[in-house]
Design a protein around this ligand. Sequence first.
Ligand code: AMP
Ligand code: GLY
Length: 420
Amino acid sequence: MNILLLGSGGREHALAWKMAQSRKLKKLYIAPGNGGMHDLGDCIDLDVTEHEKVIDFIKLCKIDLVVIGPEAPLVAGLADALEATNIKVFGPKKAAAQLEGSKGFTKNICKEHNIPTAKYGHFDNQEEAIDYVKSQGTPIVIKADGLAAGKGVVMAETMDEAITAIKDCFDGSFGAAGAEVVIEETLYGQEASFFVLTDGEHCLPLATAQDHKRAFDGDQGPNTGGMGAYSPAPVMTDELIEQTMTTIIEPTVKALKDQGTPYKGVLYAGLMITDQGPKLIEYNARFGDPECQVLMMRLDSDIIPALEAVATGTLNKIKLDWNKNPAITVVMTAKGYPGTYQKGDHIIGVATASHPENIEIFHAGTDLIDGKTIAVGGRVLNVTTCAPTLKEAQELAYDAIKQIDWPDAVYRTDIAWRAL
Ligand code: AMP
Ligand code: GLY
């Protein structure tokens, strides 16, 4: 089959790498892709906000399946436009993608269906939001309602911080995303990510994975998109998986189906494992990045039939096999990330470092310019390995990093420490 993959991150590189191993794949197109994906398919320029142009391209190139990586095109309704012209798509339609697109939407679903989550209030004006915070006290969590590229959450320790965060939201710091705020109690416990494929009716949990969101070693410093990940995540025991499926995932999928807006794609639940069991922090309508990289590294089965089954509503026929060896990915970032970062570094030695079979270096913010790999983004490379033990996988990854000639690279030196 011919597949069009949308996105340019490490997540999409890992998906492309995995799809390219499938005998079902005839031709892969990637829009826009990055500096590491040219060997896997045709990287093309296609403005995904122009739905008609995307549809024209799909017809011209006889695309059988479209796989949407990031959340923005989903929340903008690209899957709706494609399905309306009978194009098979992996990724939820706009109404279901609201699970990521609006925190208030998700909180309402939780309330209506008794899904465990933090206690909250949802406000569209500053005065009521401030009154609520005053009635609840601190610490408290202030969230812009809409998509804010991971930056719309403030964990306020003091009343001053909480009020400033509320004012920032309504003053437009997060653009349209901050027109409404969700304010919730602080949950305590260990965080875990949980991924399931769903075709709107059937759910298939994936292997467990966990990322490290903080910029610095020891899980310190500012939040980032993710500095590394590992799979499996020992925190997600079989019992917790079962509990998460029955109390969080299945009621959500059923609620969306019953509303007439079934969710098709990968559903990513951010959880807090509290003393009272797993509670939902948030949903994302996409694979985690960099969690996807370790999942693809461990997936033994062909991924294409699973993606297609999500699109066609036949996920009950799919079983996925996972390599029992753990995987880890270490993200190499440009100096300055997650703030303003340096661009234009020339990176040498990626091909040599990724030569052994159990090491894959997935690119994210790179461009291939005159045959040279140039850093153009914040998160740049994902050094991903799989080995009989997590310790060995970790050593392999850090040995591979040493072979990459990129003096200004910044990365954490302790990825997977919690699991070790
Ligand atoms: P979110 O964008 O909602 O996932 O929030 C980003 C990060 O903020 C999460 O990964 C958690 O680390 C933290 N966070 C969000 N909500 C809460 C909460 N209610 N209690 C504790 N931590 C939270
Ligand atoms: N790794 C966190 C995310 O993809 O949102």
